[in-house]
Design a protein around this ligand. Structure first.
Ligand SMILES: [Zn+2]
Length: 281
């Protein structure tokens, strides 16, 4: 179950417990202004750096990490996951991240892993037995490529993680209520996940949904689909052997005052972040 905290406002999952802190941010409680109002956590959104730093400071003070402890992903819709550590702290906030990495993982305490979203799916993982954590960005391409499962595999390889021990939280992203796509997204999911994915991809012709229902009512080559990215990522995690999976009910597009949604406002937006860090044992 997800809980909401305030000042600044963020979400946490009650399945992620132990020697760990984590959060899924909202856009409330920071110092940025205009379309970045107010808790923008992206350094490439047109914000002043000092505002982004202050937003991390505020969020970190509430959650239990510092801006200096952060390590960012560099998100390019791949299934690349990279191991990081203390030497990488400052990657992203204080200097550019060079290598592409849509997911990052570590077994070192005091390293605050940060991934970003504004409709895409943020996923946090915690292994309380081998003391390891991961932050994963999964847009529809990353979801189709199974990046969440790739990350579980990498943790098993590098740390001996048993997937059955993992605590997984899938954060706010665009929901099946709003994520209208063409047939290529459905095709990519079915190609990698098989028929089991079909139940999480509703054809628009079956969706009786306010203003969108009249756009595409007839099945066919131009059929639109409404994939459930959270459910598809949960399916990847279950197949990888993960048993404890918490899924946020929030849709970023449905709550523009609370979250940024790329679908809703395009590039005139800030970035939401999901953060996870092992605390000292
Ligand atoms: Zn929605």
């Amino acid at each position: 179950m997800f809980e909401t905290h305030f000042n600044p406002e963020y979400l946490s999952s009650d399945v992620i417990v132990g020697q760990v802190v984590h959060c899924f941010s909202t856009r409330r409680g920071g110092v940025s202004t205009g379309y970045l109002e107010s808790l923008n956590l992206g350094v490439h959104r047109g914000d002043e750096w000092k505002n982004v730093y202050e937003n991390y400071r505020r969020l970190g003070a509430a959650v239990g990490f510092t801006p200096e402890q952060t390590v960012f992903t560099r998100q390019t819709h791949t299934d690349v996951v990279a191991r990081v550590g203390a030497a990488d702290r400052g990657d992203g906030l204080f200097r550019e991240v060079e290598p592409e990495r849509d997911g990052i993982y570590t077994d070192e305490p005091g390293v605050a892993l940060v991934c970003f979203s504004a409709d895409c799916t943020p996923i946090l993982l915690h292994d309380p037995v081998h003391h390891a954590v991961a932050a994963v960005h999964a847009g529809w391409r990353g979801t189709a490529k199974g990046i969440a499962a790739r990350c579980v595999e990498a943790m098993t390889r590098d740390f001996g993680t048993d997937p059955a021990d993992l605590q997984a939280a899938i954060g706010p992203c665009i929901g099946p209520c709003c994520f209208e796509t063409g047939p290529e997204v459905r095709a990519a999911m079915l190609a990698s996940l098989g028929e089991e994915a079909e139940q999480f991809i509703r054809p628009a012709s079956q969706v009786r949904h306010s203003e969108r229902s009249e756009e595409s009512v007839s099945p066919g080559a131009n059929e639109k689909f409404f994939p459930d990215l959270k459910a598809l990522n949960a399916l990847w995690l279950r197949r990888a052997g993960v048993r404890t999976i918490d899924v946020s009910a929030d849709c970023t597009r449905c709550q523009p005052e609370r979250f940024w949604s790329h679908r809703a406002v395009g590039n005139a937006r800030g970035s939401l972040a999901a953060v996870i860090m092992l605390t000292a044992l």
